[in-house]
Design a protein around this ligand. Structure first.
Ligand SMILES: Nc1ncnc2c1ncn2[C@@H]1O[C@H](COP(=O)(O)OP(=O)(O)OP(=O)(O)O)[C@@H](O)[C@H]1O
Length: 316
């Protein structure tokens, strides 16, 4: 029998897509307010898509909608197609695990859900723990979540996700509670598993540096809108949206002397029923009267899309 072709050469498959997705919450005054505003994008096997943006931009809400778990009181409109084999990794791995069950039980739960017979579970469990690079899985499987470090808990969570044989993994800030070196190990592991198993990954992060090292594509969210979307290199090297450019200037860098960080001026937008046609316009150095009066249209450039009346590279 010829062996299977290497996963790296498998053609990309569409795993999830949202089109014209609006997510609305009703404000205390009864008026609806948008948390996600006309979001369209898709996820394919063998690709890591980074969702970046400040706190409150709607990153987690997008992940939750794809998971079929929008928050309480939210109205979802538009088309949402997601794959049944989608796995989720959360920011706080220790609290995502069942506190009163050993590691072995946590992985077995995913195996039970897949209908794996009891006799086969122990061997498979060790395989998934090893795949998630849990050291000494034989001994570690007997521990409880509170006995694990943050990095180890995240690896155990990853093992439980892998045991569900996902095709798409939605990782919501999986490393933000970890130190920098554990962070890079976990994202490198995710990336390697993705390449080997031809998974799709949606990596939700507020950390552009993590996204830069891990993702093939970047989606920049601002006030619930995709303001820029394209190949990671292109978005980071030649940002077209003033917000992307401002986020990049706010990154700490060894080249900049101490005290020369440039935070994005102003405050992120609040969810509100009354917001400007371009939510970034109050903070934008390129804004003109048009931006305060008219909603921008999405502009397609080679490889990227940008939602702006005055993208960088065009006259302000
Ligand atoms: N169920 C809900 N009811 C009311 N408001 C909500 C609900 N879910 C989210 N929001 C609001 O929607 C906005 C976007 O939230 P979301 O958690 O998606 O942002 P985020 O970009 O993931 O932020 P962070 O990086 O802080 O996690 C926030 O202002 C949040 O308070």
């Amino acid at each position: 029998m010829p062996s299977e072709p290497p996963a790296l050469h498998a053609p990309a498959r569409l795993l999830a897509a949202v089109e014209h997705l609006n997510v609305t919450v009703r404000m205390p005054d009864g008026e609806p307010a948008l948390i996600l505003d006309d979001v369209s994008m898709n996820f394919a096997s063998g690709r890591c898509v980074g969702i970046v943006g400040e706190s409150g931009s709607g990153k987690t809400t997008l992940g939750r909608v794809l998971a079929g778990l929008p928050g309480p009181g939210l109205t979802v409109e538009g088309s949402v197609r997601s794959h049944p084999r989608t796995g989720f990794m959360f920011q706080d791995a220790v609290s995502a695990l069942n506190p009163v069950r050993r590691v072995s039980w946590q992985v077995d739960e995913a195996l039970r859900a897949r209908g794996v017979p009891r006799a086969e579970r122990a061997a498979l469990r060790l395989e998934y723990l090893a795949m998630a690079e849990v050291p000494e899985p034989e001994a570690l499987q007997r521990r409880y979540p509170h006995e694990l470090s943050g990095g180890l808990a995240q690896r155990v969570l990853l093992a439980t996700v892998l045991a569900g044989q996902p095709e798409l993994i939605i990782a919501d800030e999986p490393t933000s509670a970890l130190d920098a070196s554990t962070q890079s190990q976990i994202v490198a592991l995710l990336r390697r598993l993705m390449d080997e198993q031809h998974l799709g990954i949606m990596l939700i992060t507020h950390d552009l540096a993590v996204a830069a090292h891990t993702c093939d594509e970047l989606v920049v969210l601002y006030g619930g809108q995709i303001v820029e979307h394209g190949p990671t290199d292109q978005v980071l090297r030649t940002p077209a949206h003033p917000y992307t450019a401002a986020l990049l200037r706010a990154l700490p860098s060894f080249d900049r002397p101490p005290g020369h960080l440039m935070p994005v001026p102003g405050a992120p937008p609040r969810v509100s029923s009354d917001r400007p046609p371009c939510p970034f316009s109050p903070r934008c150095e390129r804004a003109t009267d048009l931006c305060h009066l008219e909603r921008p249209r999405q502009i397609r450039r080679t490889g990227t899309t940008v939602l702006c009346h005055h993208p960088i590279g065009a006259p302000a």
